[in-house]
Each structure stands twice: as C-alpha cells, then as structure tokens.
Design a binder for this molecule. Sequence first.
Ligand code: CU1
Length: 170
Amino acid sequence: MARRSSVASGALLLLCCATWVSATDYSVGDSSGWKLDFDYTAWTSGKSFVVGDKLVFKYAASQHNVEKVNAAAYNACSSSSPISSDNSGQTTINLDTSGKHYFICGISNHCTRGMKLEVDVAESSPTSPSPPSSSTTNTTNNNNSGAGSLSPVHATVAFMGLVVLKLGVF
Ligand code: CU1
C-alpha cells in the first residue's frame, strides 16, 4: 500500500518535471491574482515569455472576466468585440504564438482601473545566451526541443523523483 503510493508519487514527480522543462505556467499577478488596482505592466517586467508558456488568471468569477483582445481594444479598454472571453474564475491561456498578446477585464471600468495585461511572447529557444533584440534573429532551432538542457532545479527534481521511485521499489 505505502510502497505502491511511493512509486506513484515518484512517477508523478518525474511527470511534473518533464512538464516544467518544456513550459512555464505564470500565475498572473502571482499571489494577488487578477484584480483591481494592480500594476500588471510592472508584473510582466523582468519576465520573458516564450511560446509554450501559459498564463493562469485567478479571480472571483462573479466579479471579473478575462478577454483576449487586439491592440486597439487593449489601448481603448474596449470589450465590444473580444477575440475570446472567459469568466470561469480560473482562465488558462496557452501562449501558442509569438508576438504580443493582450488581455483585459471586460467588466465595468475594470480595464481602466488596471486590469489589462500585455505580454510579448518570443519564439521558443531553449539555449540562447544572448539577450533578445528587437530585430528578428535567425536562430530557429525548432529541432532542439529542450532535450539535454535540464536546468539544475529540474535535474534535482528529476533526481528526487528517481529516489522516491527507488525507495518505493525496495
Ligand atoms: Cu474585473
């Protein structure tokens, strides 16, 4: 019984690790979530989003929503024709294309009160030591999907997973 659950948790750890390597899930606003009077521009500064990452908006479903909009609607805080909209209370956005992505809350005046988020998504490039430039780089290494580029943290988690698996076996 205990042995079986150890094996399961070890396998789970490994699975989690594999997911972390390929993409990052960003909880929008971190512990604050998606709410009024928060500076989401400040929240994005210092973060670099790449294709494959996810944004997770957490909010009170009765109070807010998440609308994906174009640049014009973002700038004008217009929710008249969003590209997509969700008010489930937890909205996960897959950043599956590069370029700018815009999100607002379409409720009342919430957008003008700070509930607007712009993220600039870069092409996925696992091992790029040079800082991103505004010009287009021609280092498209799509064949290299991150295999062999484990960060120390990921490697540690993978190792822990293996240890748990082993403990479960013996
Ligand atoms: Cu809102």
